[in-house]
Design a protein around this ligand. Structure first.
Ligand SMILES: [Zn+2]
Length: 134
């Protein structure tokens, strides 16, 4: 897509700090990192979200996520890794080109994922029934 920032990054029209590239995927440092080494991994092809990405490419992307995680752990000596992916406006997807956040975590860092608004435990039964009925 011509107006997609991530497509422009893949095509070199927007500069990025490239971490990894293969035939199908491309990874670069997030310009608004949560922590040192926060990386975005994308398919080179434009897909809006997980509902559009072919399964074969998803499998490649999760394999690459692991490779990048290993590199970040070795090079940055992080203590853990978050792998996050947002799909749709309700999930706070801001760029409509499928991307996986690979976020190194450090025991000494003050950064925390926010879990203040979790649902109450009794709602689990209702959710479980709805999901299992599909
Ligand atoms: Zn795109």
């Amino acid at each position: 897509m011509t107006d997609c920032t991530f497509c422009k990054i893949v095509n070199g029209k927007v500069p990025s700090k490239k971490i990894y590239e293969d035939e199908e995927s491309f990874a670069f440092l997030d310009i608004n990192p949560f922590t040192e080494g926060h990386t975005l991994l994308i398919p080179k092809e434009h897909y809006e979200n997980i509902f559009d990405v072919p399964e074969k490419e998803l499998k490649n992307l999760i394999g690459v996520s692991r490779k990048i995680s290993e590199t970040l752990k070795t090079k940055l000596k992080c203590d853990g890794i978050n792998i996050l992916n947002s799909n749709g406006k309700a999930a706070q997807q801001e760029i409509n080109h499928f991307h996986i956040h690979i976020i190194p975590r450090y025991l000494k860092s003050k950064f925390k994922l926010n879990a203040e608004n979790v649902l109450k435990e009794k709602s689990l039964d209702k959710s479980f029934k709805k999901i299992r009925e599909i």
